[in-house]
Design a protein around this ligand. Structure first.
Ligand SMILES: [Mn+2]
Length: 374
């Protein structure tokens, strides 16, 4: 594949298209030339810069981590620019922790970053001034690479925002391929895991470009590491939370909800929302969890035409702190000054609000599991 992409640069697009040996359609060729243009712009932007700060979202997921890692690699190899990757939360989910340790990825806490030390700032898998990242308001961002719907117009030098793509890692993989650089086993493994997990094994909001990028990086991956990341050992607390979640889950028609209370690991909320969506008769799942005076929400739909990102903004009536894709979205609300009873009321109201927005009246929630198995 590498050779093919290099041909494009050497012989130009026209010759490339007429080659009988290369099995690529016009659309693929367009995306390949788009990736080459992006690479050229990236090189141009990083010229004469020394240090790049890559900001990802708080509690970053594999897509954010791998995309940032790929950008850091490009900056280093193409422009001799060194990068730090920073986020404002931490990483708790076993799979994501395994990804960091197996692939030796280092992330920094944004609170420890002195912004003056960087002469270029990128935001990856999120956008400036959205509620899920900790880039301070006053800091000018130079580059955005994301696949969430456009938030607000940014005055940044270069932005790639493509909601039609399943993963930010796909956008970076295409640019990496266009660069002709060797992709190390660890980086390929990170990108493969990112695309796989972001798209729920290529089943959720997956474009042809995601599949093509995935095939490329998967073939270069370290399979043993990929297996250890995908199925890591889990702590006892995980099973405890899983049991609790199942016991507090309720459903009505095609909607399933679980308000799982205090969580040690924020990512558990999204994980349980994904799990509950697998219920046979369900096409919407909502899960919430409390962490550090905030209530985190994850909304999922199995309908490719769903507008989960818009819906979650309506449920919590806040556009800054909620948003996402068509089939999966997240948000958060402050519960700092609320009593325990008020929080329980709020959680119940969120389920009712979801059902109402989906057109249901007189909603009666039924427990998923009737009683404890003794
Ligand atoms: Mn993403």
């Amino acid at each position: 594949m590498d050779v093919h992409y290099n041909c494009l640069a050497v012989f130009g697009l026209k010759n490339y298209q007429h080659s009988k040996h290369i099995n690529m359609n016009r659309q693929e060729i367009n995306h390949t030339s788009q990736a080459s243009e992006r690479l050229a712009r990236l090189d141009q932007m990083l010229k004469e810069r020394k240090k790049l700060l890559i900001v990802v979202h708080n509690y970053p997921d594999p897509d954010a981590i791998a995309a940032a890692q790929a950008l850091a690699y490009l900056a280093d190899k193409r422009s001799n620019v060194q990068s730090s990757i920073a986020h404002g939360g931490f990483i708790g989910r076993a799979e994501n922790r395994a990804m960091l340790s197996e692939l030796k990825i280092k992330l920094k806490n944004i609170n420890r970053i002195s912004f003056n030390a960087y002469d270029c700032i990128a935001v990856v898998d999120t956008q400036p001034r959205s509620g899920n990242n900790s880039l301070p308001e006053g800091i000018q961002c130079d580059l955005v690479i994301d696949h969430h719907p456009l938030r607000k117009r940014n005055r940044c030098e270069f932005q790639i925002i493509e909601p039609g793509v399943g993963a930010s890692a796909t956008i970076l993989t295409e640019i990496l391929i266009a660069s002709g650089l060797d992709i190390s086993k660890d980086l390929a493994t990170a990108l493969a895991y990112a695309i796989r997990s972001e798209t729920q094994d290529l089943g959720r909001e997956t474009s042809k470009r995601d599949i093509r990028a995935y095939r490329h990086v998967y073939s270069l991956s370290n399979m043993r590491k990929l297996a250890r990341i995908t199925k890591p050992k889990l702590p006892r607390s995980y099973f405890y939370k899983l049991a609790n979640t199942l016991h507090c889950t309720v459903s009505f028609r095609n909607i399933i909800c679980a308000h799982i209370g205090d969580v040690e690991v924020v990512e558990t909320v999204a994980e349980m929302a994904d799990l509950l969506l697998r219920h046979k008769h369900i096409s919407w799942s909502l899960c919430t969890g409390r962490f550090n005076d905030e209530l985190f929400l994850s909304l999922r739909s199995s309908n490719p035409k769903a507008k989960a990102g818009k819906l979650i903004q309506r449920i919590i009536r806040d556009r800054k702190n909620a948003g996402g894709h068509g089939m999966f979205a997240g948000g958060k609300m402050s519960i700092a000054i609320m009593s325990q009873d008020d929080i329980i009321q709020l959680e119940k109201k969120l389920s009712d609000e979801l059902a109402k927005l989906l057109g249901y009246q007189n909603v009666k929630w039924n427990p998923l599991i009737e009683e404890k198995i003794e």
